[in-house]
Design a protein around this ligand. Structure first.
Ligand code: SER
Length: 313
């Protein structure tokens, strides 16, 4: 039987590339892209697209019935920096969209869910280096609180109602096709654009702020590998730690200087510094490696070379 896939938040940073990859794999017609607003032209033209507010249960239920959707990737969310400005809107979007898909799965209207968690589930009391899968969490941001709560609800729906929901704690994601928006790790994308256009970048985090990061190709591959794993191999139904690399703004700048020698970075930390300071600097994903064989392929040097190559005009 043909399994149709719905991507919610398809126009966002992850959603765009996930849509392209899933369409390449399964065919355009079986992958339905949706978002609250339209996205870039190449995405819109690559297959079916529907405007959808993921917090509207009835609209979501109708779309799922119409397209006979079996699997949902819920990528819509308000990220860390924006969520600090609009706490209630962030909570409403991040939580109610999740409840909507979890409840549709509980009612057997869909059979599989991917929902992204984040390194933001960790907080200032978490061990910062090599943060383990199971540890103190206590997130101190609105976004982190919503992701931590979401993890608890995913595990609950799995244990109580056998909902097949799968999740990853993504690190900061670096990509060239679509810009991120409203996150604390966004600097690691902006810096490449500015390096090419202005040969300089003013970073909103301080020089030595180390954060876990990942190139988008790795993130998409991890997502698909998790979703394709056998039901019984998925032992963690909250969210898996996922790791590729960690670097500071001064280290990413040094990697850019190897390609653009005149590039200069300066630092003007803003309110996002406190968010970054509450997060881990590196992640231990050994449980993920054991359970479903995860291995990252992109380090900082390869990420920089790939970003600059694809962004230059
Ligand atoms: N990249 C996200 C952010 O910075 C974290 O998941 O908000």
């Amino acid at each position: 039987m043909q399994k149709n896939i719905l991507i919610i938040g398809a126009c966002g940073q992850i959603g765009t590339e996930l849509t392209f990859t899933l369409r390449e794999k399964h065919g355009s017609d079986v992958v339905i892209a949706s978002d609250i607003r339209e996205g870039n032209e190449s995405l819109m033209e690559s297959g079916p697209f529907e405007l959808l507010d993921a917090t509207d249960y009835d609209a979501l239920e109708e779309l799922i019935a119409y397209y006979e959707i079996d699997e949902v990737y819920l990528m819509a969310a308000m990220l860390s920096a924006t969520a600090e400005k609009f706490p209630m809107r962030a909570w409403n979007l991040n939580m109610n969209s999740l409840f909507n898909v979890l409840n549709l799965a509980k009612e057997k209207k869909i059979s599989k869910i991917f929902w992204p968690s984040s390194i933001a589930v960790f907080g200032p009391n978490t061990p910062r280096e090599n943060t383990p899968q199971n540890t103190i969490m206590e997130p101190s941001t609105v976004y982190g609180i919503s992701k931590q709560s979401g993890e608890r609800w995913c595990e609950y729906y799995h244990n109580k109602f056998e909902v097949d929901v799968r999740s990853i704690r993504y690190p900061g994601l670096i990509s060239w096709k679509t810009m991120p928006g409203g996150g604390t790790t966004d600097y690691a994308v902006e810096i490449y654009h500015k390096a090419l256009s202005d040969k300089s970048y003013t970073c909103f985090l301080s020089a030595n702020t180390s954060l876990p990061m990942m190139f988008m190709d790795d993130a998409i591959r991890a997502t698909l590998e998790l979703m394709e794993s056998d039901y019984n191999t998925i032992k963690v139904r909250s969210a898996y730690n996922l790791s590729a690399m960690s670097f500071t703004p001064s280290e990413i700048a040094a990697s850019i200087t190897k390609h653009i020698p005149e590039f200069k970075i300066s630092y003007e930390p803003d309110s996002r510094q406190a968010i970054a300071d509450s997060w881990p600097s590196s992640i231990d994903d050994s449980k993920t490696q054991t359970d479903w064989g995860w291995r990252a392929a992109f380090d900082l040097e390869r990420t920089t070379a790939t970003m600059l190559e694809n962004l230059k005009v």
